[in-house]
Write a protein that binds this ligand. Structure first.
Ligand code: SF4
Length: 70
């Protein structure tokens, strides 16, 4: 069993403000459609603080954490 915390985008919410990209540029970028592109969905233990900051920074509440169990 393997538990991973992932960051996902909520369909239809992203407005392309790029606050997440500015906060955590290794994880987020904007795609050709101007919407968020999640480069690194899996959040490693040492990265949680920055990932959570980016999630909070989104003015459209378009990002959320999910626990993936496999
Ligand atoms: S996810 Fe939020 S902060 Fe990131 S680009 Fe979209 S609207 Fe902006």
């Amino acid at each position: 069993m393997n538990d991973n915390t992932r960051v996902v985008s909520v369909p239809g919410r992203c407005q392309g403000y790029a606050s997440c990209v500015i906060t955590d540029p290794d994880r987020f970028d904007l795609g050709p459609d101007g919407r968020v592109l999640i480069l690194k969905p899996v959040i490693q233990a040492g990265e949680l603080g920055l990932a959570e900051e980016a999630i909070r920074a989104c003015p459209a509440a378009a990002l959320k954490k999910e626990l993936e169990t496999s």
